[in-house]
Design a protein around this ligand. Sequence first.
Ligand code: RRO
Length: 300
Amino acid sequence: MNAAGVLGMTPDILKRVYDSGAGAVISKSIGPEPRRGHPNPTLVRVECGALNAMGLPNPGVEYFVEEIQEIKKMGVPIIASFFGGSTQEFADVAYKLSRAGADALELNASCPNVAEELGMLAADAANVEKVTAAVRDETKLPLFVKLSPNVTNIKSIAVAAEWGGADAITAVNTSKGIAIDINLRRPILANVTGGLSGPAVKPVSLRCVWEVAQAVKIPVIGCGGITTGRDAIEYILAGASALEVGTAVMTHGLDVYKEIADGITCYMENNGFTSISEMVGLAHDYENIGVDNACLGMTK
Ligand code: RRO
């Protein structure tokens, strides 16, 4: 899947993502009302990644209902990412997106770029459980909860989402960062801080997947710096059952979805796997893996 916010604004672009090899597509995070987002600059390339502070720009749920219907007519499986400013707003938006025909919902509990009540819900386990449970009451659709890496104990937050009724955990959103222009002697982003994505965050995001996979029984969706088939396999071995790819599209174009899928297939053929589920979380068994098997995995 594409990571929410990357190429997720219009039905035509999401269709291109799907045609490029993604198994499903994810919308930009949709809220109760239209939002302009932060002033420019909102995106800056940094070493091994990108820093964004878009500020949740979106057309609002009423408008997006029509977009979902259009995407469905194109035969594309669509996961609607969404947020709210309160528990009630999260529930209301989820209800409207479900009625519109989305195939699944991704509750964005983790935008790093807005005030606490909108973004860093995911820093508080009790809130995550409460909001997830309120959304659960409004929809029977598969419900993913996207968590933040910018927390002290991601395991407890993941368990809270599971208790609230989540069907899967997406791990993770961007890591909070900053970039400074040495000539202007000021932060580059108008919002000062932004969310770091791309290869720079991969080890951190992978560690989050590892920890979440140990903490919950529901599936984990991996997200953070996945660019190659090898990255994808690392995430699957750490416990991810599905993956989201975002920043790699900026560096490799839309072909990256097929390249990653081909890389996964190649690894599976070379190592005798016939389904993804056979590989999920295998690295957690590291103490039991013999040297021969470990070498086989490392060479491909
Ligand atoms: O819009 C954003 O600034 C944004 C969002 Br909603 C998010 O979830 N993650 C991110 O890095 N940026």
